[in-house]
Ligand binder design. Sequence first.
Ligand SMILES: [Zn+2]
Ligand SMILES: [Zn+2]
Ligand SMILES: [Zn+2]
Length: 88
Amino acid sequence: MCTLATEGIQYGCGHYVSQRSTHKDDCGSKYCIWSNRHAPNCPHCPQCSRFLGPDSKEVIKAKVPEYCDTCDYWWKKNNTYRRQQPQQ
Ligand SMILES: [Zn+2]
Ligand SMILES: [Zn+2]
Ligand SMILES: [Zn+2]
């Protein structure tokens, strides 16, 4: 399973979100779709690994106080939900 070194942003919620990959650690397996040794017309492909491993390296290029998209979404959704509750 190949892994990537990435650069990304650390959000206020604590999540790291990768922006781009700077390096790939190739596992060298022909049964991994990310590997350089994987054939374009690979006959094994339904069985091939199509997942990348956890990032081998995460370089934080910037820190921002905002929440990441996922957390922001949930925060807004929950807040709207609370506002819609009938007042006692
Ligand atoms: Zn691989
Ligand atoms: Zn394959
Ligand atoms: Zn988050």
